[in-house]
Design a protein around this ligand. Structure first.
Ligand SMILES: Nc1ncnc2c1ncn2[C@@H]1O[C@H](COP(=O)(O)OP(=O)(O)O)[C@@H](O)[C@H]1O
Ligand SMILES: Cc1ncc(COP(=O)(O)OP(=O)(O)O)c(N)n1
Length: 277
């Protein structure tokens, strides 16, 4: 009898590494593993980083970016992918060109700009390039409040501002929008979702009083990528991912001396299976 080939959902992160293990590709890989998908990665940048900040970083040569995409496309069936730290204009352009060339399924664009410690992860010129060349390719864009404000010019303070900014991001070409509200000084972590059919909904969770939030944006976007690859519809993938990131923040682990990393085992710790968190 021929051996049955087990097709396992395969995903890709296209982003930067974090030597401290809390954010970027490292957070993505931990999330993918926890959410039962097979993780692959295109390394765009390498950072020397820990929970105290980014000490150094370097962007990969563009030929190596192209080669990594080619390697993945030649051997894997990538069902969904996400982008993170892209560094500069040329690298945003190179990633956009590869995402047009290869079908990696739904594209989740996390428009990472500044690390929690304040380091710039996307320069000013690259913001313009991202807005015009990568955002139009996005199945879903997942900015935090400062990133959404930068991309739209819309100040975000109250609920109506989230809705206006989300509509502006759709006008830039993103099909669906998730604006994450974790940066606002509120007792709740409120996020707003605007879907391609123009319906919107809020996601709300209690805000944990902790500074162990390094990699929250990476984790929620990686979880959405994983859930889409496993077959969920977008609204369900986003709702599951909000629950997952909330659990990883609420059950924090003591690692490092600054903005600590999340607990990617949190769902298991709560006795929640990967299907029903
Ligand atoms: N202290 C917190 N407690 C609970 N949820 C949080 C907390 N901080 C952020 N979140 C949630 O984590 C996700 C990402 O957070 P946010 O800080 O807004 O974006 P980013 O990590 O990209 O800067 C969002 O769902 C947000 O609501
Ligand atoms: C390589 C790399 N990518 C992304 C980030 C951003 O992480 P962080 O500052 O914790 O913010 P969120 O992931 O929560 O948006 C990074 N620091 N390094």
């Amino acid at each position: 009898m021929p051996q049955q080939i087990n097709s396992f959902p395969q995903v890709a992160t296209i982003a930067g590494t974090d030597s401290g293990g809390g954010a970027g590709i490292m957070a993505d890989l931990k999330t993918f593993q926890a959410r039962h998908v097979f993780a692959t990665a295109v390394v765009v940048a390498v950072t020397a980083q820990n929970t105290l900040g980014v000490q150094a970083s370097k962007l990969m040569p563009q030929t190596l970016i192209d080669a990594q995409f080619q390697s993945l496309a030649a051997d894997f069936q990538i069902r969904a992918c996400k982008t993170g730290m892209l560094g500069d204009s040329n690298h945003v352009r190179a990633v956009a060109a590869n995402l047009k060339k290869y079908d990696f399924g739904p594209i989740i664009v996390d428009p990472v700009m500044i690390a929690k410690g304040g380091a710039t992860l996307l320069n000013a010129e690259a913001i313009h390039t991202l807005k015009h060349e990568l955002v139009p390719l996005a199945t879903l864009i997942t900015p935090n409040v400062p990133e959404a404000q930068t991309l739209t010019g819309q100040k975000i303070e109250k609920k109506a501002d989230f809705i206006t900014a989300a509509q502006m991001l759709q006008n830039l070409g993103a099909k669906n929008v998730l604006i994450k509200g974790g940066h606002l000084d509120l007792p709740q972590a409120n996020d707003y979702v605007l879907l391609s059919d123009h319906t919107g909904f809020w996601l709300t969770a209690p805000k944990s009083a902790t500074k162990r939030t390094h990699g929250t944006g990476d984790t929620i976007s990686a979880c959405i990528t994983a859930e889409l690859a496993r077959g969920a519809d977008l609204a369900t993938a986003i709702s599951i991912s909000k629950k997952y990131v909330t659990a990883t923040i609420a059950h924090s682990i003591q690692v490092g001396h600054g903005h600590g990393p999340l607990n990617h085992w949190a769902a298991q710790k709560e006795g929640l299976s990967f299907e029903n968190i």
